[in-house]
Design a protein around this ligand. Structure first.
Ligand SMILES: Cc1cc2nc3c(=O)[nH]c(=O)nc-3n(C[C@H](O)[C@H](O)[C@H](O)COP(=O)(O)OP(=O)(O)OC[C@H]3O[C@@H](n4cnc5c(N)ncnc54)[C@H](O)[C@@H]3O)c2cc1C
Length: 409
């Protein structure tokens, strides 16, 4: 019997495996995906994440210190920061680098088997795969968005989520990140062109409804502008949780990363939060394994710790996200116009409160701005009434169904 089984070899699972194996625990990681880290993602990593969890410089495609936001009226605003705020990395290689170090520390990897069932027993957890059953003293569930295993364990599922679509495209003259907002492009959310290697970019969007159709329109419009020359990879889509699970621990089990909803609700970025949360999970498990007390009660310290760090960000970010969803195109254009005036964009870009990964201070700054805050407060009462019932996103129950929907457009 292992000490810990980790389900999922994404950032959350690999980092938990690395931390626990480095402490001398016997760890087995199971992932149905054979190519570690090869999951839909843009690979934008903030500077703080990069400093804390460094990667080989050869895996960095480019540093980001500017971006243009394209408004519905086609007017836009350009941000430029004195120093890079983020990097675009080779996501597969970045995530795999955690797994490599976990293996060096002694973790075993089983790639291919899909976990279909988790059973909690008094003295162990059993993990059933299509290749047999494994047992361990504890389990880290890091199976990403939409895992059926959360539900099986009685931990529920993300109460709100969005669908992301992305493809690699060939580009012409695109040198910086472009973010597109507006009801015609991605209602309530945004679309992006993120340049990777010279001549290539990741094109994508987040949306609650009609993701494949919206994406096809976005690509056609950029092709018509001459920005995109052609598609290199097929578009794929996947869900992103916008709210955390209420409970992320159970007897002998901790839930981490997208499976727990530890994602920035503003942008859908989850790599950094997953990595940090996996350290809290490893710490709680280390203490509990040493004492051999692995009850839900004993493991609840994990939730206290990650919430202590992330709760405010998730709450403020979600409120801002919901507010943004209720802005009409005229509001968005007016906000962008106002922000461009009087040097507010430059002030924001240079402010120490503005960070790629921590958005609550920036949201506070925007809400406190006399004109921008004024525009937003006009929408607030409406939000207060509507926020309780988010429009449900289209449900794609599996990667196969998502791929099938994408192939239709
Ligand atoms: C379009 C898009 C773009 C994104 N861009 C960014 C970005 O630029 N920056 C950023 O920070 N975040 C981004 N994200 C979010 C980011 O990818 C996730 O937050 C992050 O991958 C979460 O890591 P994780 O380890 O929790 O889960 P995942 O990376 O999803 O890993 C979960 C793993 O579990 C495995 N698994 C699932 N179920 C089972 C099972 N039953 N049995 C065995 N294995 C299983 C899967 O194969 C997968 O490898 C993006 C997401 C999307 C959809």
């Amino acid at each position: 019997m292992e000490d810990v089984i980790v389900v999922g070899a994404g950032p959350a699972g690999n980092n938990a495996a690395l931390t626990l194996a480095s402490k001398g625990y016997g760890v087995t990681v199971i992932d149905s995906r054979e190519n570690i880290g090869d999951k839909l993602c843009t690979g934008l990593v903030g500077e703080e994440c990069f400093r804390r969890y460094p990667i080989d410089p050869s895996l960095v495609y480019r540093e980001i210190n500017s971006a243009s936001i394209v408004a519905p009226s086609s007017e836009g605003v350009r941000f430029e920061t004195p120093r890079p705020v983020a990097r675009v990395v080779n996501r597969v290689a970045y995530v795999a680098s955690f797994a490599e170090r976990a293996k060096e520390a002694g973790a075993q990897y089983l790639l291919g088997p899909r976990v279909s069932q988790v059973e909690q027993q008094k003295d162990r957890v059993s993990v059933v795969t299509n290749d047999g059953t494994l047992e361990a003293r504890a389990l880290v569930l890091a199976a990403g968005f939409g895992s059926q295993l959360n539900r099986q364990l009685g931990l529920g599922e993300a109460s709100d989520y969005v669908v992301g679509v992305q493809a690699l495209v060939e580009t012409e003259g695109l040198d910086e990140v472009e973010v597109y907002v507006g009801r015609n492009v991605a209602p309530g959310f945004f679309a992006w062109l993120v340049p990777t290697q010279p001549g290539y970019a990741l094109a994508g969007l987040l949306v609650r409804k009609d993701a494949p159709e919206r994406f096809a329109q976005f690509i056609s419009a950029r092709k018509a502008e001459g920005k995109i020359k052609g598609s290199v990879s097929k578009a794929t889509c996947w869900g992103i949780p916008l709210r955390p699970l209420r409970k992320t621990y159970s007897d002998r089990v901790l839930v981490v990363g997208d499976a727990a909803g530890q994602v920035k609700p503003t942008t859908g970025g989850g790599i950094f939060y997953s990595l940090m949360a996996s350290e809290f999970a490893s710490k709680a498990l280390d203490e509990a394994l040493q004492e051999d007390r692995l009850s839900a009660n004993r493991l609840s310290s994990y939730q206290r710790e990650w919430k202590g760090l992330l709760s405010k960000e998730l709450e403020v970010g979600y409120s801002a996200r919901r507010l943004f969803e209720y802005l009409g195109d005229s509001h968005i254009s007016s906000l962008i116009q106002q922000a461009s005036k009087n040097g507010f964009v430059a002030e924001l870009a240079n402010s120490p409160e503005v960070s790629f990964d921590w958005h609550s201070s920036m949201i506070g700054k925007i809400m406190g701005h006399p004109t921008l805050g004024g525009v937003l407060k006009m929408v607030n009462p409406f939000l207060a009434r509507m926020a309780k019932v988010p429009e449900p996103a289209d449900m794609y129950p599996s990667e196969e169904v998502m791929a099938e929907s994408m192939s239709r457009v």
